[in-house]
Design a protein around this ligand. Sequence first.
Ligand code: SAH
Ligand code: SF4
Ligand code: F3S
Length: 449
Amino acid sequence: MGRRLHVLTWGCQMNVYDSARMSDALAPAGFGPAATPEEADLVILNTCHIREKAAEKLFSELGRLHRLKLARAAGGAPLRIAVAGCVAQAEGAEILARAPYVDFVLGPQTYHRLPALLARAEAGEAGVIDLEFPAEAKFDRLPASRGPAGLTAFLTIQEGCDKFCAFCVVPYTRGAESSRPAAAVLAEARALLARGAREITLLGQNVNAYHGEAPGAGTWDLARLLAALAELEGLERLRYTTSHPRDMTDGLIEAHRDIPALMPFLHLPVQSGSDRVLAAMNRGHDGGFYRALVGKLRAARPDLALSTDFIVGHPGESEADFEASLALAREIGFALAFSFKYSPRPGTPAAGRAEQVGEAEKERRLAALQAELRASQAAFNAGCVGRTLPVLLTGPGRHPGQLAGRSPYLQPVHLAAPAELLGRVVAVRITAALPNSLSATLEPERLCA
Ligand code: SAH
Ligand code: SF4
Ligand code: F3S
């Protein structure tokens, strides 16, 4: 008892959520948090496989931990090392071969089995590995989280993906799409609110494909689930991510019009502006479909802002295709965007294609696209100056007497405000747009309805 756990997390918000749930899973076995690997008895590396560098980071971190483990073996309590997450799922056996000092490896669907896997490793079993997609539901078997929740909390409602975009590993590492029952989601949301959360972000690799068992008969889609969550006592704000354009139903668009707690901000990855590339990517939509969707969303909720993901240098992307991405970026005017050089992932269809784009060309395209996206983000932020926005105050600001929070559009906002407003949504006037945040002053009628 009294052992300590350190979890290192890479990748998406779903991994952040999973890391917290792994800590929950080990709490009954007597594990409390350790701030650093040096102070830990068990280190779990929760990995991401989406692009090359993530796996490289894993092996460099493993090297560092190996040295720590050797030093520890010379005297003191042993250090155990586990690898979890999407690299574990994709390359579990190779990890054990390349880093035999790893005590055990587990995939994202088996976190509820953590205590049993650890016990096997502690009993002296070498190369413990569990990459199953078990029939039993992981979430039903994980112990509930304890202690205070943050003011902003994540809640995974859907996992996996059946879309098989040509470039993407997620369908292989996270398995088929599945949704948690609505009652389980509502119960977890109530518990988060009781522990202090004010904003909940629903997570899923394809969150808007959600189709969970309804509390009565049948299933609920995401729009229905959002409506039920919005009724919960204490909930100020709802968000969801990541969505696929194809699953953006009319009902969900209407939810943005009808549910005030649903923030007017949507992450809607487009990946490319070229119909040819979108087809090669197997995205199942073209540029026209995306533009029409944005039109419908903006008609339903005129203050809605969008963020997106782009990939440059997908196999077969010509200069003209790339320019179509630039043109789409310019036309939509994203408030925020993430852009990546295409990274061939083993086992995905795109990785085997002959027409790979050269590294230097990918670099050039990425730099050009990012300049465009930065300009559009700066324009969006500048457009906020003079507006009154509701801000959820989540922590101390940069200077004494300041608090910081988030706008509806996830922009960090700094303002002078008394500490007792922490955790409240206040009306603020945006006074300046800095490169990565906004400055604001409290409105006289500072509390939002
Ligand atoms: N489910 C989400 C995306 C999940 S992955 C969706 O459908 O959009 C997050 C982002 O990583 C993707 O949107 C994509 O832009 C990027 N990405 C995925 N695979 C990639 C690859 N092989 N190379 C470069 N970027 C990739
Ligand atoms: Fe990957 Fe495409 Fe599924 Fe998103 S929709 S997780 S990009 S396969
Ligand atoms: Fe990475 Fe897996 Fe998330 S590959 S982006 S951690 S689903």
